[in-house]
Design a protein around this ligand. Structure first.
Ligand code: MN
Length: 728
């Protein structure tokens, strides 16, 4: 079993100013809490946190990360809580341990193949410190190294998860060495037979391969020497098992045809020009295979990998690959994000990724990195995926959404039917408003009701274009249906005046009418009606196209004279809530009282065809009416219907008074003398020391209102009374 002092010594060497006592305390704490626990291998549990810490120390990470490695399973597997960790080890370690505990919860999610990518992203999105991921990867690496002690079932699951989630994360973070080991271990457990077979094949070839590698590395060394190109060392390597196997699977070839089975690696001092010089030396000696030169130095890969690759025809016409890079590039290729700790061991407190990134960035900058690696760096900032959140369905499916997304977005992401009928949501088992914002890792359950519909209000908070489009679509369908109805009524009214058979016209049996619709650019009669309902077309003009001009003139003149003689078309009552307003001659129109002026029975009113919301009724004194007159074709005549006592309206009044006591009592008394209801009354004192009393009264019509106002005016101390605009 590895000793804690070995780990302490390693960390101390890499970080001379580290708080090494933290490591010892973390060790004793972990040993005490895990006491009596065993691993599947039969060893004491403590071996695991120690090995994880050792892997982290080998990655040259700081004492915070390594301590976290020692403590990483304590909160999950023992009775210790985060507060205790905070008390003994401080905020930084606590934050990392907490991040790790959260990740372990994700592991319980079902990992269907297609969502591996999402789980990966979510994992990265949830942590705001790269060190959490590094500790998790070290944890996974040790678990993979000891996987043989588990039952086959569990072994497969963990190996698959490693292949789907953790190896790609290591790759993304540029940690080539770790990724390679994770993949080979996972491969061994996922395809044990292929693994054995391939191992045997490679083993038989080993002497030949090694002799070949020895020959070419020695040869390169000699050439470099002769050409006076400096180098640090020349390595030979045999391709990793899993990479070979993948190649065999994809290209359907056998081992003899694997081009880059063996490769030489030239490590130069930290100056790019030596890399290109080395490339020249190699090509001078062996013939390069055309199209096999890759310059990852000028164009680094997304994960910051930099190297020159070439394939050449070697001795006995056997092709092989050569990789050329500086020592720093080599470090980054092997260690990725973890590499930066080596280059900044003088500074303490690498607490946020920004600093880690700066270090990474500065490493890359001198190689004049291009936008690819910049993208990578951008995505590594505090939030590794700042634009997305990841949430679960109750079944464990991962749904990816943009930041700020709401349960409505979530519902539409599942299925448009779920979105269309959603009425509520539970987030993490609690009821939540539909407009709440989903956080990473939330479990969202959508409640639906079969006959409910989207609401126009949703447009105020949904963020996905899918949800926006669906809601807009529904709203416009809705408006269209209403507009067709309004258009139909307006047209019927006008057609009746011209004595036209409206039924026949509108049910589509009259081709002329269809043709007229076509002339306006509409495919269907309904489209034409909708245009009338929206106020884009005037029914009279449509009829003018239908009748012969002479006939139209004649009927139109008759119609005008009838109107002038005061004869009115049929009047019908329209009710909307308590409001009773007639639109002259039009049956069953949807009518709303405009909120801006809150017209009162008895006042002069005018109707205005809105886009898709029926007819709005304004008072003629309303400031908006002048503006609405710009579209005179959308104005319709309306008048009050019914008896005056069938509905009361709330009207807000403002009384200006002297500043003295008893004013509210006087005014409310005057109002109730008029047998009038009061909904609300409040008093304040204006800067000019005048009293301001706002009362909301319930009146039936303008006459009633005048009486109330006069009654208030007669109260001693009241200076003026005015009606306020707007609904109460
Ligand atoms: Mn663990």
């Amino acid at each position: 079993m590895i000793r804690i002092e070995d780990i302490v010594e390693k960390v101390g060497r890499n970080h001379p100013q580290a708080d090494l006592d933290l490591l010892r305390r973390a060790y004793f704490f972990s040993a005490r809490e895990h006491k009596g626990q065993m691993r599947a291998s039969g060893e004491p549990y403590l071996v695991h946190p120690l090995e994880v810490a050792n892997i982290l120390a080998d990655m040259r990470l700081d004492e915070i990360s390594v301590s976290t490695g020692l403590l990483h399973d304590v909160v999950e597997d023992t009775l210790v809580d985060l507060e205790t960790i905070r008390k003994y080890f401080g905020d930084e370690v606590t934050l990392l341990v907490d991040g790790l505990t959260k990740i372990s919860q994700i592991s319980n999610v079902s990992h269907e193949e297609q969502q591996a990518e999402n789980v990966r992203k979510m994992l990265l999105a949830m942590v705001n410190d790269v060190r959490v991921v590094l500790v998790k990867l070290a944890d996974r690496l040790h678990n993979m190294r000891t996987l043989q002690h588990l039952k086959p079932e569990k072994r497969k699951r963990i190996a698959q998860e490693t292949m789907d989630i953790y190896a790609p994360i290591a790759h993304r973070l540029g940690m080539g060495k770790l990724r390679g080991e994770l993949e080979d271990l996972a491969f061994q457990h996922l395809h044990p037979e292929d693994y054995r077979e391939l191992t045997v094949q490679l083993e038989t070839r080993r002497p030949v391969n090694e002799a070949f590698l020895k020959e070419i590395t020695a040869s390169i060394e000699e050439q470099m020497h002769e050409s006076d190109v400096p180098y640090v060392r020349i390595e030979g390597r045999i391709k990793r098992l899993y990479s070979i196997w993948k190649k065999l699977q994809i290209q359907k070839i056998d081992l003899n045809q694997v081009y880059d089975l063996v490769a030489a690696r030239v490590i130069t001092p930290n100056e790019v020009r030596y890399c290109y010089a080395a490339l020249g030396v190699i090509h001078n000696n062996w013939r390069p295979v055309p199209g096999r030169i890759k310059d990852w130095i000028a164009t680094p890969r997304d994960n910051l990998y930099q190297s020159l690759h070439t394939s050449v025809i070697g001795p006995k016409a056997q092709p092989f690959e050569v990789q050329i890079r500086t020592e720093e590039m080599h470090h980054i290729a092997e260690e990725g994000v973890a590499a930066h700790w080596k280059y900044k061991d003088d500074k303490r407190g690498t607490r946020d990724d920004d600093k880690a990134l700066q270090a990474l960035r500065s490493l890359v900058e001198w190689t004049q990195e291009v936008k690819d690696s910049r993208d990578f760096l951008d995505s590594l900032k505090l939030d590794l995926y700042p634009k997305d959140v990841y949430a679960f369905t109750p079944m464990g499916k991962v749904i990816q959404l943009p930041r700020g997304a709401t349960p409505v977005d979530f519902a539409f992401a599942i299925h448009s039917e779920v979105g269309n009928t959603c009425t509520g949501a539970r987030i993490n088992n609690r009821m939540a408003p539909l407009r709440s914002q989903i956080q990473n890792g939330d479990v969202v359950e959508i409640l639906t009701t079969s006959n409910s519909h989207p609401s126009r209000d949703w447009l105020n908070f949904v963020v996905t274009s899918r949800a926006k489009n669906r809601v807009r679509h529904w709203v416009s369908e809705q408006q269209r249906a209403e507009s067709i109805e309004i258009g139909r009524k307006l047209f019927e009214k006008e057609a009746a005046r011209f004595q036209l058979p409206t039924k026949k016209l509108l049910n589509g049996s009259d081709d002329t009418f269809k043709r007229i619709a076509g002339e306006y650019g509409y495919g269907r009669v309904d489209d034409l009606l909708a245009a009338i309902g929206y106020g884009k077309l005037v029914p009279r003009n449509v009829i003018a196209k239908y009748l012969p001009p002479a006939k139209f003139e004649e009927l139109d003149a008759q119609k005008e004279s009838k109107l002038r003689s005061g004869m009115r078309a049929v009047k019908r009552l329209i009710r909307l809530g308590e409001d009773a307003i007639v639109v002259r001659g039009v049956d069953d129109l949807m009518v709303v009282r405009a909120r801006c002026c809150n017209p009162l029975r008895g006042e002069e009113i005018v109707g205005y065809i809105t886009r898709g919301k029926g007819v709005a009724v304004h008072s003629t004194r309303c400031k908006n009416v002048t503006q609405l007159m710009i579209n005179p074709e959308r104005i319709v005549e309306v008048e009050w219907a019914g008896k005056s006592d069938d509905a009361a309206y709330a009207v807000k009044l403002l009384a200006i008074t002297e500043n003295r006591t008893g004013m509210i009592a006087g005014i409310t008394g005057a109002i109730s003398d008029m047998k009038t209801g009061i909904r609300d009354a409040r008093a304040s004192v204006a800067p000019d020391e005048r009293g301001r009393i706002e009362v909301t009264v319930e009146v039936f019509d303008v006459k009633h209102l005048d009486k109330v106002i006069n009654s208030i005016k007669s109260v001693p101390g009241v200076l003026d009374v005015e009606r306020l605009q707007g609904a109460a």
